[in-house]
Design a protein around this ligand. Structure first.
Ligand SMILES: Nc1ncnc2c1ncn2[C@@H]1O[C@H](COP(=O)(O)OP(=O)(O)O)[C@@H](O)[C@H]1O
Ligand SMILES: [Mg+2]
Length: 285
């Protein structure tokens, strides 16, 4: 897959920039503040989510005009070519069009696979699990486009369940449908993540590079993650009283973590040197 055309309109520092792109590797160079990272941020928004700076749509709008923004790209994959447009106006929420037809953000996952590594991710192995989960989900999405919908559905159901927990609701009727949604999607999330880790480990082992391989695995905070739907539903209903005390859901894929072992030394990533930690991230992508 490659991007064959990219245009940024009123996006960050770019009033109207057409980026000439081919299908080879590209190096962007220019003085500080020229708008290089803004271009990369634009590319990251061709996939579902808030992009590499996790910015709000309004902040992406070129100031001082602040009239909204638009990104257009042509994405080529084999003999297939698709036109993607994503834009935001001050009067409406972000929209996505694929070949001129309105689409959902998650539909982008089928067309564009984007993974990024930023200087701010240097501390990924030693900081909180959330960063590692986000990174893992982005990697997983690049293998399994449907992962985006599983995450969306799971999070939506969990948000509603958390609202019930905060209201100290004890009537099971309110929880049942949400917990069954969470179990169904939560297990798919975990299956996708595991399959992605397997693919990454296999490709690391079969390639010879200067970058050392990392052994990757999925762990779960406090307790084990349930392995089938009925068990998951039961665990959720049994943990309601604890969850009410905590004010949030304590089991599920949102509490999972990606662990890595630096293979040449057999040492966990978090205890490896800064250089070894960076090398592992590069090796993974
Ligand atoms: N919403 C915005 N409107 C106008 N300019 C912006 C906006 N957001 C960021 N900028 C400007 O974009 C410039 C370049 O950003 P960036 O792409 O990060 O530069 P670099 O080429 O060094 O990577 C910065 O000077 C910043 O002030
Ligand atoms: Mg930059």
């Amino acid at each position: 897959m490659h991007i064959s055309q990219l245009t940024l309109s009123h996006f960050r520092s770019h009033k109207f920039t057409q980026v000439p792109v081919g299908n080879g590797p590209i190096a962007l160079f220019g003085s500080n503040g020229a708008g290089k990272t803004n271009i990369l941020e634009g590319i990251s928004l061709l996939s579902p989510g808030k992009g590499l700076r996790r910015a709000n749509a309004a902040d992406l709008s070129k100031s001082p005009e602040n009239i909204g923004w638009k990104l257009n790209a042509e994405v080529v994959s084999g003999t297939n070519s698709n036109l993607i447009e994503t834009s935001w106006k001050t009067t409406s929420s972000r929209t996505v069009k694929i070949n001129d037809k309105l689409a959902r953000q998650n539909d982008l996952a089928k067309l564009v696979r984007v993974v990024w590594l930023l200087p701010s991710m240097d501390r990924l192995w030693i900081e909180g699990a959330e960063g590692r989960r986000k990174f893992l989900d982005r990697l997983t999405l690049s293998f399994f486009p449907k992962h985006a919908d599983c995450v969306l559905n799971y999070e939506k159901a969990m948000r509603e369940r958390n609202r019930l927990l905060k209201e100290k609701m004890t009537d099971g009727v309110w929880y049942k449908a949400l917990e069954s949604q969470m179990a169904k999607n939560g297990l798919l999330i975990q299956l996708n993540r595991k399959a992605a880790l397997k693919k990454i480990c296999a490709s690391q082992n079969s390639s010879t590079t200067m970058f050392p391989a990392a052994e990757l695995s999925l762990s779960h905070a406090d307790s084990d993650m349930p392995t089938d739907e009925a068990e998951f539903i039961l665990s959720l209903s049994e943990s309601r009283h604890l969850d009410i005390l905590a004010g949030r859901t304590l089991i599920g894929p949102h509490r999972s973590d990606m662990e890595a072992i630096y293979l040449p030394k057999g040492i966990p990533a978090k205890d490896s040197s800064t250089g070894e930690q960076k090398a592992m991230l590069i090796s993974i992508i």
